[in-house]
Design a protein around this ligand. Structure first.
Ligand code: AMP
Length: 550
């Protein structure tokens, strides 16, 4: 295929807005391509050069490209940059400049799509001190050989942003249509090998090749993602569900073959060298060849640190040994995608979990399987008390679907919405917290009256409970059994997931998943939330719920 044909195809697609027409155009082009051209065309048409599993980069940023355009077109750098800024479209600006270029190429040749691809690969392979000059030179020569229309798309591909509105879904459908294979088979193969280009090449040989694809070690697959949902909804839909803590760290995928292992980030970058401590913990936990999915968290004094500390470690390039000492990084593994040559993504989650537990000696994320909402809510409260973000609920019969944000994984975490409420009562804590108050009755105001709204028992550290006890112990105005009432004075900021209409409390509302955030010693009782404002919040919440359903 000539790069000119590719460029004309892009131009045609740029003018199409209907998805079906787009699929039709692409599928017809696919039919005429050789096995070598197929992967390149498929990646190019999505504005990519390398397979999705690859961390390889072209290494041409806008500045190098502008320099190459300056050299290829003969226009001064300032003019190039000015044109790009004015058009707001690198491709069109480069096309315009190249159509008016003063420089004549020594030799003008028809560019083949494979020739362009190989030149780009050679640009990416250049390293060392002279690399920038070499990259610019190769890019300049390529642009010099291109016609103005070709240079529009060449420039965009170099920045890996084609802007012709072709999504991955359309290309998948086009592959299915061109080679008359089931689009679910195409999707499954793309999930497993994470390179739609290669999938297209296999599809040309027939459905058997597609059905046969396997995950390859050291070719990371996309992470399965979660949707928001509710505990009640999940139990209603599935009965038994698996609950795990939702760790507030960074996602990782660990690949191991013998003693070789690598770690990939959520964006599938290779972060092996930044996290030797995580790597060695995982390596020493199993003798099997595996691909594991998990979340790494940072721990200090036994407590999870905010996830920013983990991110900093993921990005770290220097002084890694020092960083290791400051914060302990702990992997929590919750899935297994590959074991000793077998791809596991199509097994039900319960089956994968059994294998995970049997091959990993440490670092398996604990799991509670139940159909009882009270048990799951308890797990949620435990997760928050332990400083985690919430819980994940997973359908035990579901496969692992790379890259998909489906309903098989649901995240439950507190909303950031908070209310400032008065503490009007408490009950004593239990166990090691028996000498302090453990749970607090919170109230809002209604025309000078305090109206109970909710109990809050999670979100406190031991120190905070001791501090709160000191503030309240002399404010007790009545006692019955293990419950006390206070002279109102202290205000808490309380987070919650949702406001619910409720008969339990006289105000008519209750908080779902209430959680202590902090003491508001800067606020007095007249400044706490009113029942009217809570009613308003409830109404807008149900409106947004309604709008969402619509
Ligand atoms: P969110 O980033 O809020 O969409 O939540 C999904 C993310 O939670 C995943 O991508 C993981 O990085 C993270 N996570 C933490 N704990 C778990 C777990 N037990 N199972 C799956 N994902 C988890």
């Amino acid at each position: 295929m000539l790069f000119m044909e590719f460029s004309r195809c892009c131009e045609q697609l740029e003018g199409i807005s209907g998805r079906l027409e787009m699929i039709d155009v692409i599928s017809r082009v696919l039919l005429g391509l050789s096995p070598e051209e197929l992967p390149v065309f498929v990646r190019f048409i999505m504005g990519r050069i390398f397979p999705d599993w690859s961390s390889q980069k072209l290494g041409i940023g806008p500045n190098l490209l502008y320099e190459a355009v300056h050299l290829a077109s003969g226009f001064k750098s300032e003019i190039v940059i000015d044109r790009i800024n004015k058009t707001g479209d690198v491709g069109k600006a480069v096309e315009e400049l190249m159509s008016k270029k003063s420089q004549i190429s020594w030799s003008h040749q028809d560019l083949e799509i494979l020739y362009v691809y190989n030149k780009l690969i050679s640009i990416s392979a250049r390293g060392g001190t002279t690399s920038q000059k070499e990259k610019i030179r190769t890019a300049m020569l390529l642009l010099g050989d291109a016609s103005p229309l070709e240079s529009r798309y060449l420039a965009r591909i170099m920045l890996e942003e084609l802007r012709i509105g072709v999504g991955e879904g359309s290309v998948r459908e086009a592959v299915a249509k061109a080679f008359a294979v089931d689009s679910a088979l195409v999707e499954h193969a793309a999930q497993a090998i994470n390179d739609l280009g290669e999938v297209a090449r296999l599809a040309k040989t027939g459905p058997a090749a597609l059905a046969d694809v396997k995950i390859t070690l050291f070719h990371p697959v996309r992470m399965m993602l979660a949707q928001q949902g509710t505990i009640a909804g999940m139990i209603e839909d599935h009965g038994m569900v698996a609950a795990e803590y939702k760790y507030d760290g960074s996602r990782f995928q660990f690949h191991k073959k013998g003693n070789d292992c690598r770690l990939y980030s959520r964006r599938l970058e290779d972060v092996t060298s930044a996290l030797p401590d995580v790597l060695s913990q995982l390596l020493s936990s199993t003798g099997h060849d595996v691909i594991l999915d998990g979340e790494v968290i940072a721990i200090k004094d036994g407590k999870p640190m905010p996830f920013q500390s983990v991110l900093r470690r993921f990005r770290r390039r220097h002084d890694i040994a020092e960083a290791q000492e400051a914060i302990e990084m702990v992997p929590n593994v919750f899935d297994i995608l590959y074991l000793d040559g077998e791809m596991l993504i199509d097994l039900p989650f319960a089956g994968r979990r059994n294998l995970l537990v049997s091959v990993l000696r440490q670092h398996v994320a604990p799991q509670v399987v139940s159909s009882d909402p009270a048990v799951i809510e308890q797990t949620y409260n435990d997760a928050l008390s332990a400083g985690h973000e919430g819980i994940m609920l997973k359908v035990t019969t579901s496969p692992y679907t790379p890259g998909q944000r489906g309903k098989n994984w649901i995240k439950i975490k507190p909303e950031v919405d908070t209310l400032d409420l008065a503490v009007i009562g408490a009950v004593w804590g239990e166990g090691k917290r028996a000498h302090v108050f453990g749970s607090f009755l919170m109230a809002c105001q209604d025309q000078g009256k305090l109206v109970p709204l909710s109990w809050v028992a999670t979100g406190f550290s031991d120190d905070q409970l001791a501090e709160v006890y000191d503030l309240l112990k002399d404010q007790v105005i009545s006692k019955s059994k293990n419950e006390v009432r206070f002279e109102p004075g202290l205000v808490f900021e309380v987070g919650y997931a949702e406001l619910q209409a409720s008969q339990t409390y006289e105000g008519g509302f209750a908080l779902r998943f209430p959680r202590f955030i902090r003491i508001r010693d800067d606020k007095d009782i007249p400044e706490i939330e009113t029942i009217e404002s809570i009613r308003d919040r409830y109404m807008s919440q149900s409106k947004s719920a309604q709008a969402y359903q619509d």
